[in-house]
Design a protein around this ligand. Structure first.
Ligand code: NAD
Length: 476
């Protein structure tokens, strides 16, 4: 099938590459000429495991085209996926200007039936606005009868495993309008996704509004689990419990499950922060308040400061003369994405308090330099106090402590003796709870993680005739 992808960012590029890999001929459009030049030069502008190989293979086979030519992009695909960004507006609602510009371009140039697919994450009612934009353009061209369908097909891939997620989706959500063009669109969408459902059906067909809400609901639920655990972790720190043991204790309940219950330095990235806020704005437009989600957002904001707060607790407000080693810059492992990354909040806190930072990330250093230059436009001299190092261990030299912000696999089993030897004192602030506190104690490291300050009670003395349950806490 001929398919057009509008917007060649994380979602568009992965979608386009994977659909080409399955035999489709895919035209990837972007307004960013530099991005298109980079792709045509054989480079991939983002880091995503497996993506470069697929792009190389399918470009060479002529199944993947990168271009800024809008007219050609509209002519190419029977199905037009809109995968442009939907950044937050000033009030937190999703800014639809790119989505509507893409829709207008389709209306300006289409000359046969098109299925227009919203793959961008968009608020309830966007399909209707896309329909209206295309209709207006067609009316201007005196083509009011030219048919098209608008479909909602939100994307659930995760950065860092985007190719794998796209190729093996746990569900495909397709929202279609309840009319003849909707039925025609459903047929085409079924054909696009047929290779993904050979093993078993995993497509949920629904109305457009439910599909739009499903995407926000999924991200809001995941964000809620994270903020919930972060709040409990902060309580665990106060009462002397270990949030990891609590996670396992509750995760064993199949109604709860283990996933997405890790305490840390808050969620970041291009999706959760903006989608939580956008859903809240959608609700308020309808006169409805989402109290839980507003709290999720507020908890996350303060959680991003949790490591800085722990550093200040230990070293005081004034950090001048101090140096901190930082492991991890990207908002999560296996990506170089720095959007809303907690490391940015931490770096700002450390630098403005006078500290120096020696930072390492396996892939995100270049992107971090770009993004931090923007964060510090008002205080560019502070950036002179960050040094980037290619090897994790090199960050530790002369540092007062190691701070871990991203859970890259390479950080999981470091040489603790070497860490001790390089740091000025054996002190780790771990924003991702990578290590076992008991092992850290054995290694002589002062280990400060998120919600893991339990005082493990000594094993109970067997007392003749007395029964003691394993959970009795001897500390209180
Ligand atoms: P991105 O910023 O990486 O890419 C968007 C691209 O669209 C950019 O390259 C931009 O130049 C291009 N663009 C903007 N206007 C255009 C236009 N009129 N015509 C052609 N190209 C245009 O964004 P992303 O992370 O890929 O996200 C895209 C959408 O997918 C967002 O709505 C996001 O919420 C959603 N989403 C993202 C993820 C993720 O993990 N990144 C996952 C699921 C859903």
């Amino acid at each position: 099938m001929n398919i057009t992808i509008i917007g060649s960012g994380y979602v568009g590029l992965v979608t386009g590459a994977c659909l080409a890999e399955l035999g489709n001929t895919v035209f990837c459009l972007d307004v960013d000429a530099r991005k298109i030049d980079t792709l045509n030069a054989g480079e991939v502008p983002i880091y995503e495991p497996g993506l470069k190989d697929i792009i190389e293979r399918n470009s060479a086979a002529g199944r993947l085209i990168f271009s800024t030519d809008v007219k050609a992009s509209v002519a190419h695909g029977d199905v037009q996926f809109i995968a442009v960004g939907t950044p937050p507006d000033e009030d937190g609602s999703a800014d639809l200007k790119h989505v509507l510009a893409a829709a207008r371009n389709i209306g300006k140039h289409m000359d046969r039936f098109k299925v227009i697919v919203n793959k961008s994450t968009v608020p309830v009612g966007t399909a209707q606005r896309v329909r209206q934009a295309v209709t207006e353009e067609l009316a201007q061209r005196d083509l009011p009868r030219l048919e098209f369908a608008v479909v909602s097909n939100p994307e659930f891939l995760k950065e860092g495993s985007a190719v794998e997620d796209f190729m093996h989706p746990d569900r495909i959500v397709i929202g279609v309008e309840d009319d003849a063009t909707g039925a025609r669109a459903q047929g085409l969408m079924r054909a696009v996704y047929a290779p993904f459902t050979r093993n078993h059906e995993r497509t949920f067909y629904m109305d457009v509004i439910s599909a739009e809400l499903t995407k926000y609901a999924a991200n809001a639920m995941l964000a809620t689990r994270i903020s919930f655990m972060n709040e409990l972790a902060n309580l665990a720190d106060k009462v002397g419990a270990d949030i990891e043991l609590v996670r396992q204790g509750i995760g064993s309940d199949p109604r709860i499950g283990y996933s997405f219950l890790y305490a840390g330095t808050g969620y970041g990235g291009s999706c959760f922060p903006k989608d939580v806020q956008a859903l809240s704005r959608v609700a308020s437009r309808f006169g409805h308040k989402l109290n839980v989600l507003d709290a999720v957002d507020a908890v996350n904001d303060s959680q991003k400061r949790v490591l800085a707060d722990k550093v200040v607790d230990r070293f005081g407000d004034d950090l001048s003369g101090r140096t901190f080693a930082l492991w991890g810059l990207a908002f999560k492992p296996n990506t170089d994405d720095m959007r809303e990354a907690p490391s940015r909040v931490l770096i700002r806190e450390l630098l403005t308090r006078g500290a120096r930072v020696r930072a390492h990330d396996p892939v995100a250093i270049k992107e971090a330099q770009r993004v931090l230059a923007r964060d510090f436009t008002n205080a560019p001299r502070l950036l002179e106090h960050i040094t980037y190092v290619e090897r994790a261990m090199d960050a530790l030299s002369d540092a007062d402590a190691l701070l871990i912000v991203t859970e890259w696999k390479a950080f999981r089993s470091p040489d603790f003796a070497a860490i001790r030897a390089r740091l000025k004192q054996p002190l780790i602030f771990d924003g991702r709870n990578l290590y076992e506190p008991a092992l850290m104690r054995e290694a002589g490291i002062d280990y400060r993680a998120i919600g893991r300050s339990s005082r493990i009670p000594p094993p109970p003395e067997p007392v003749a005739g007395a029964r003691q349950t394993s959970w009795q806490h001897s500390g209180w």
